[in-house]
Design a protein around this ligand. Structure first.
Ligand code: SF4
Ligand code: SF4
Length: 179
C-alpha cells in the first residue's frame, strides 16, 4: 500500500518539476486550449465539397449500407441542369447521422467512393437533448467557400491525394455529368 502511494507521489512530483521548470504540462487549459488530434482520429463527421462548390456526396448510400449501427439515413434526388447540387447524377437531399447510434468505426468514410464523408478532428459532441444528436446535412456540410476539402489533413490513407490528382482520378465533375 505504502509503495503504491510512493509511486503515485513520484509520478505527481515528476510532472510538477516538469511544469515548474517550463518543460510543459500534461494537462490542457480546456476549453481555451484544445488537444491536437492525430491524423487518424475519428471525430465529428464532415461532408465535403469540390473546389467549385459542388457537393461531393452523390447519394449512393454506400455509407448507409456499410454502417453497422444503421446510424445513417439519406434520401437522394436527381440533379437537374437548373439545380445541380453534386458532381454526380444524384445528390443527397436528406442526409442524417444519428450520433447516439454511431460507434465511430469509420466504415462510412472508408466506403465512400467520392471522399465525401470524412471524420474530422472535432471531439466536442456533448449536447443536452437527445433529438439534437441527429445531425442533418446542414450540420456536416462544408461551407461553399471552403472548396476542396482538406480531408487529407485528417486521413492518412489518402494523404497522397492532392487537388490535382483527385481531379485526374475523378474527372471534372461537370464533364462527368455532361452538364
Ligand atoms: S462511423 Fe461507423 S457507426 Fe458511425 S456513421 Fe460511420 S459507419 Fe456508422
Ligand atoms: S457520403 Fe459517400 S457513400 Fe455516402 S451517399 Fe454520399 S457519396 Fe455515397
Amino acid at each position: 500500500m505504502l509503495i503504491e502511494f510512493m509511486k503515485g507521489f513520484t509520478v505527481a512530483g515528476r510532472h510538477l518539476v516538469r511544469y515548474l521548470t517550463g518543460k510543459g504540462s500534461v494537462t490542457f487549459e480546456y476549453p481555451e486550449v484544445r488537444r491536437e488530434q492525430p491524423p487518424f482520429f475519428r471525430g465529428r463527421h464532415r461532408l465535403q465539397r469540390y473546389q467549385d462548390g459542388l457537393e461531393r456526396c452523390v447519394g449512393c448510400a454506400l455509407c448507409a449500407a456499410v454502417c453497422p449501427s444503421e446510424a445513417i439515413y439519406l434520401e437522394a434526388r436527381e440533379n437537374t441542369p437548373d439545380n445541380r447540387v453534386s458532381a454526380g447524377e444524384r445528390y443527397a437531399e436528406i442526409y442524417q447521422i444519428h450520433m447516439l447510434r454511431c460507434i465511430f468505426c469509420g466504415f462510412c468514410e472508408e466506403a465512400c467512393p467520392e471522399n465525401a464523408i470524412i471524420m474530422g478532428p472535432s471531439y466536442e459532441l456533448a449536447l443536452y437533448k437527445r433529438t439534437d444528436f441527429i445531425m442533418n446535412k446542414e450540420d456536416m456540410l462544408d461551407s461553399p467557400e471552403k472548396g476542396f476539402g482538406d480531408y487529407h489533413e485528417y486521413d492518412p490513407y489518402i494523404s497522397h491525394v492532392t487537388e490535382e490528382s483527385d481531379r485526374e482520378a475523378m474527372g471534372d465533375p461537370w464533364e462527368r455529368t455532361g452538364s
